[in-house]
Design a protein around this ligand. Structure first.
Ligand SMILES: Cc1cc2nc3c(=O)[nH]c(=O)nc-3n(C[C@H](O)[C@H](O)[C@H](O)COP(=O)(O)OP(=O)(O)OC[C@H]3O[C@@H](n4cnc5c(N)ncnc54)[C@H](O)[C@@H]3O)c2cc1C
Length: 305
């Protein structure tokens, strides 16, 4: 029986394409120059992550020590390989919207642990993999379909474009005020990121520890763009559509085409750092967003629609 050759991902370094026949579906290059270091570092992260209880990461053995160093300082203590450090940055931009220096080692381990389920422990690769990993499933129609359908079922009770300005606790419950309306209820659930939750005025004020937490947890910066091509041409070339780049604003791409779609969709992520995709697009606005495609890592034979 003839075996189908494995599909390839590409790794772009300093804008030069380095097709790596040994790259796996996740796109993480298996080049021997970094293979050993990569395996050592990732295995150690995976192993350390098994000691993190995801429902109470602060109870991890040596939690304070793990939380007082960044992922970057830990990586630097493990490897001097500059290629691996570059690859680590590209990975954390895609996963956290942040640089390795901006996330603590404990948070990284917690995040890796949270990639597990009841049967399988979390691993770093599960965060990235297109097979048995976080990049495996997509919602037909987009994940926004869930809140859109919920909003439709709730009807006029959903108030749009009315950010909550204040939450006041009363003897009867809570009073939630926007610029144009006030709602009274038994309870309020604030389901916004900490950096935005702190912009709401609370009466009585939040407990001091909670208030301080919201001031210290920063928001990552990440944006996604979809490039639409006539066909998923990369498949015929033997590529997975996964690419990882250390220089272009679009740090990673994944094949986002539906199985039977004729058009090919490439989903690109970019950390919104000063050199990131949003800044590049602001500098070169064009009708139809044609310039956006220029910033995507190119597979051989690219013909953007
Ligand atoms: C570029 C990007 C790509 C991502 N890709 C993936 C992916 O492929 N898979 C995946 O699983 N996750 C992905 N994520 C993460 C995912 O989007 C988040 O984990 C998820 O949206 C968090 O949901 P949430 O409801 O907690 O918060 P949010 O989605 O942030 O929702 C908070 C809502 O509260 C609203 N709000 C804020 N302030 C107020 C206020 N004062 N009053 C009223 N409303 C307010 C906001 O407008 C927002 O609608 C991605 C995130 C980004 C940024």
């Amino acid at each position: 029986m003839r075996k189908t050759p494995p599909k390839k991902a590409i790794f772009l370094r300093h804008r030069r394409r380095c097709p790596d026949p040994a790259a796996d579906a996740s796109g993480l290059t298996r080049r021997t120059t970094i293979l050993l270091d990569l395996n050592t570092v990732v295995s150690e992260l995976d192993s350390m992550a098994t000691s993190v209880p995801i429902d109470a990461p602060w109870t991890t053995p040596r939690a304070a020590a793990l939380d007082s160093q960044s992922l970057e300082t830990w990586l630097e203590s493990k490897t001097q390989n500059p290629r691996l450090l570059v690859l680590a940055s590209v990975a954390t931009r895609a996963i956290f919207g942040a640089e390795p220096r901006e996330v603590s080692l404990l948070f990284t381990l917690f995040y890796v642990a949270a990639a597990g389920d009841e049967k399988t422990p979390g691993t770093f690769e599960r965060l990235f993999n297109t097979r048995n990993g976080a990049q495996m499933f997509r919602f037909v129609g987009g994940s926004q379909t869930i809140p859109l359908r919920m909003a439709s079922a709730l009807g006029p009770r959903v108030l749009l474009n009315q950010p909550v300005r204040s939450v006041t606790q009363t003897a009867a419950g809570v009073r939630v005020a926007t610029d144009s309306s006030t709602v009274s209820a038994a309870r309020a659930i604030v389901a916004v990121p900490p950096t935005l939750a702190v912009r709401i005025v609370y009466d009585p004020p939040l407990p001091p520890l909670r208030d301080q937490l919201t001031q210290r947890v920063f928001q990552g910066s990440l944006i996604k763009a979809e490039a639409v091509y006539d066909t998923p041409f990369w498949r015929a070339q033997g590529y997975t559509g996964t690419s990882i780049a250390d220089t272009t604003p679009a740090n990673t791409t994944f094949d986002n085409s539906r199985r039977k779609d004729r058009p090919g969709y490439s989903s690109a992520s970019s950390a919104a750092t000063p050199g990131g995709l949003p800044a590049a697009l602001r500098r070169q606005p064009t009708p139809g967003g044609a310039q956006e495609l220029r910033h995507l890592p190119r597979f051989p034979g690219a013909h953007p629609a």
